[in-house]
Design a protein around this ligand. Structure first.
Ligand code: AMP
Ligand code: GLY
Length: 425
């Protein structure tokens, strides 16, 4: 009998993971708490939000779940993996202690310093007055102010000078725009360079890197506008070569796994360090203790191995036994969002044209649901259209050709995803 697998989340990432798991002959059933209209096409949605870990644990027992694959950030810091393991469920994902790599920026920055992992210089403050005096004590210049806790992809303010930085402290610590995530702030040196996302399968001791991905974070073309969860991706990142990959393994991934194990919190699950490559080499901007969204969508279409087999082996600490193979064909994912995202936007617009996309193009749904009118928008990022090609340019053309077949009122998407001569990526 095959496995009964549980996911928690409701993004395009969860649709892509469920879609890939569905292809495994070793998987019988897939359940998603709480999912979206896309996950409902390949799995059974459960009526529990990802943070409702009591509900999820109860459902896991009732549904005789035998494997949990952690994908999003919310449940692990609440201890979902620890509790499911205690119930006898095999888990691929970090424990509460290991998830601190993402859930506390203050902790993760100190961790990097303890283990010599390259990152921007920083200081942490729990009190506004001290944070303010610290900024005022430095020579005026660029800084980054970060709420320490989880802030749904927000909570980072990149500042050009001290006036901006003092304003950012007001926003995080006095106005408390990021809620409790801003109880503590990290103030760090601003780095200049280019960014890439690294994902690795980890089993506590060993890591296997996935292809690198470039993510387009801002809402508008030309990398302007507000920061979003990600408006598009392509993989592999054009500027990552073998030497940089070796640096990332030696300077970031291996010391992270060794450090976590030495501190009694071995890291199991997907580790996704956000990296900035500067003139001085690679630096960790932040750790994510999960899969990226939409990075995962671009990865799943390129993974040739059985995702369940790989994650199952990692959960059992035997990642070295599996062969993780990727298609050499690049992928490009373009996010279609609700007009106005990431600020305010309307829900409930009918989505048309998904049935008109090419059979070899995937539409991974995020903010969608079914109502009496059919498929409607139900979130900021609505869906991600992912195509592959012989080259990034071919994949890009195919993705956009298919994006243009999908329609909903006020749909917004960037036109410059994977445009390699745009410079920054
Ligand atoms: P995060 O939400 O932590 O991924 O940060 C959002 C973005 O802020 C990153 O993708 C970077 O572009 C930027 N950022 C964060 N930290 C720094 C830093 N120390 N120097 C320059 N940019 C940064
Ligand atoms: N796309 C960025 C993230 O998942 O954090």
């Amino acid at each position: 009998m095959g496995a009964r697998v549980l996911l928690a989340g409701n993004g395009g990432r969860e649709h892509a993971i469920a879609w890939k798991l569905r292809q495994s002959p070793k998987v019988d059933e897939i359940f998603v708490a709480n999912g979206n209209a896309g996950t409902a096409l390949v799995a059974t949605n459960l009526p529990y939000q990802p943070k409702d870990i009591d509900g999820i644990c109860k459902a896991a027992a009732e549904l005789r779940i035998d494997f949990y694959l952690a994908s999003m950030d919310d449940p692990q810091p609440l201890g979902l993996v620890d509790r499911l393991r205690a119930q006898g469920v095999l888990c691929y994902g970090p424990t509460q202690a290991a998830a601190r790599l993402e859930s506390s920026k203050a902790w993760s920055k100190d961790f990097m310093v303890r283990h010599g992992i390259p990152t921007a210089r920083h200081a942490t403050f729990g009190a506004y007055a001290e944070a303010r005096s610290y900024v005022e004590s430095l020579p005026d210049g660029p800084l980054v102010v970060k709420a320490s806790g989880l802030a749904a992809g927000k909570g980072v303010i990149v500042c050009n000078d001290h006036r901006d930085a003092l304003n950012a402290l007001d926003i995080a610590m006095l106005r408390r725009d990021f809620g409790a995530a801003g109880d503590e702030v990290v103030i760090e040196q601003r780095l200049y360079g280019w960014e890439t996302s690294c994902h690795a399968f980890c089993d506590g001791k060993t890591a296997v890197l996935m292809p690198f991905i470039s993510d387009y974070k801002t809402a508008q073309d030309g990398d302007i506008g507000l920061n979003t969860g990600g408006m598009g991706v392509y993989s592999p990142s054009a500027r990552v070569d073998a030497a940089l990959t070796a640096d990332v393994v030696r300077q970031v991934v291996e010391p992270t796994l060794a450090g976590m194990a030495a501190e009694g919190a071995p890291y199991n699950g997907t580790l996704y360090p956000g990296l900035m490559v500067t003139e001085g080499g690679v630096h960790v901007i932040e750790y994510n203790a999960r899969w990226g969204d939409p990075e995962t969508q671009a990865l799943m279409v390129r993974l040739e191995s059985d995702l369940f087999e790989v994650c199952h082996a990692a959960a059992e600490g035997r990642l070295h036994e599996v062969d993780v193979r990727w298609s050499p064909r690049p992928s490009v994912g373009v996010v279609m969002a609700s007009g106005g995202y990431p600020a305010t936007y309307k829900l409930g617009h009918v989505i048309e044209g998904i049935d008109a996309v090419d059979p070899d193009v995937q539409v991974f749904q995020a903010g969608t649901k079914q109502d009496a009118r059919g498929l409607v928008t139900n979130g900021g990022r609505v869906l991600c259209v992912v195509a592959t090609g012989d080259t990034v340019e071919a994949a890009r053309e195919k993705a956009y050709d298919n994006v243009r077949r999908i329609h909903f009122t006020d749909a917004h998407y960037r036109k410059d995803i994977a445009l390699l001569d745009s410079g920054a990526h």
